[in-house]
Write a new protein. Structure first.
Length: 391
């Protein structure tokens, strides 16, 4: 556990799920820069303060010590939400000190201080600025923050176009602030999100269908090439199998299974509220009249019972925010082994160079290559097919 020191106190912070071996902190230099600026500028924090994209709750945990009239966190990550709740409790903040909203919730009607952690996704930033613009007034203090590598001309143009005149600070420890002066007279146009596109004609089952992507969902404007490859090599003849589309994104993989296997039971799971909302809308539109499925926003498949599923389909991410790591994939594979019945299967698509076969053999005891090309590979691991490692 690391401690963030601010002008308002020192706060012990961790990511979620907590792992003593994880060296990554729950904040970075851009969080520190923003908090220092607010203190030095003696920003009035007595009104409604909204914090967007606060990854692990570092900002709202520190700001709760200032006791705003209303402190709101808006985020897309379930894991970030859990980290925030834990960090607030650890700091001694009252449970009602911060209102935790998802990106799918209605934002506050009026915001006096708007703080924005610049996300990796420009689309998510655009969507959130559009959603919050009606709450911003002439006196609202608007400050964005991010690492220099994440703040581009396109980032500044979004603030300028949607909220008002924008300028940036000097860089400090490779972090930068964005200062924006709200302009109520702007013609900001409509919010282009969610985005819709037609699936290509060369993929099985779902070809030509129009799908929706909420802002921030991976490959929001097209079918990514890994999923395209996976769709060509999905298992068949599933009967009444219980199937999980794990890390479902917009749910195209699970939708393809639902259409090809009318008796299969589908679960769509992701830690992103935007992703699960997209998957649910696509299933409702194309899954067939009267067809039902389960939609889970959570920590992988933590809410599913052990040995309750027959098949898990997974296109795992190989990054956690800006950090490139296989930690998320390893947790997904381990969780898959827990929820699969004996003989149940995990099918994974991934970049060939990531070497997921090594991890799968360690967890399941065996791994088979189903298909591959120079870039991607589809792997199958069967629970009970080999001697799995313990722990």
């Amino acid at each position: 556990m690391n401690r963030l020191t601010t002008s308002w106190g020192t706060f012990p912070l961790t990511r979620f799920p907590e792992d003593p071996r994880d060296a990554l902190r729950a904040w970075d230099a851009s969080d520190e820069y923003l908090l220092r600026h607010l203190a030095e500028a003696e920003t009035d924090l007595s009104g409604t303060v909204a914090v967007v994209g606060d990854r692990w709750g570092a900002l709202v945990t520190a700001l709760a010590a200032r006791h705003p009239a209303e402190l709101v966190q808006i985020g897309d990550s379930y894991l970030g939400r859990r980290a925030t709740a834990a960090n607030l409790a650890r700091s001694g903040a009252a449970p009602e000190a911060v209102r935790l909203l998802t990106t799918q919730d209605f934002p506050p009607a009026r915001v006096d201080v708007l703080l924005v952690r610049v996300p990796k996704s420009l689309g998510l930033l655009e969507d959130q600025l559009h959603r919050l613009a009606p709450a911003v007034h002439e006196g609202t203090v608007v400050v964005g923050t991010g690492m220099v590598k994440d703040i581009h001309t396109s980032t500044l143009r979004l603030f300028e176009r949607i909220l008002g005149p924008t300028r940036t600070s000097l860089a400090v420890k490779k972090a930068r602030l964005i200062h924006c002066t709200p302009d109520a007279s702007l013609d900001r146009g409509g919010n282009p999100w969610p985005y819709r596109y037609e699936l290509p004609a060369d993929v099985p089952v779902v070809a030509g269908r129009t799908v929706v992507n909420q802002a921030g969902v991976f490959c929001a404007d097209r079918l990514d090439i890994g999923t395209r490859f996976f769709l060509r090599h999905l298992p068949g003849n599933l009967g009444r199998a219980r199937v999980v589309d794990l890390g479902c994104g917009n749910g195209v993989v699970g939708l393809a299974v639902a259409l090809a296997e009318p008796d299969a039971e589908l679960v769509f799971a992701d830690e992103s509220y935007q992703a699960v909302a997209s998957a649910e809308e696509n299933f409702r539109a194309h899954g067939g009249a009267g067809r039902t499925a389960e939609f889970l926003v959570g920590d992988g498949m933590a809410d599913l019972a052990a040995e309750s599923m027959d098949l898990v389909l997974n296109n795992p991410p190989f990054h956690s925010h800006q950090a490139t790591t296989d930690r998320t994939a390893r947790r997904m594979f381990t969780d898959a082994r827990r929820v699969l019945r004996p003989g149940g299967e995990l099918w994974v698509v991934g970049n060939r160079h990531l070497g997921y076969h090594v991890t799968l053999r360690r967890i399941f005891g065996s791994c088979e290559v189903i298909a591959g090309d120079p870039k991607f590979v589809v792997l199958r691991a069967v629970k009970g097919a080999g001697r799995a490692a313990r722990g």
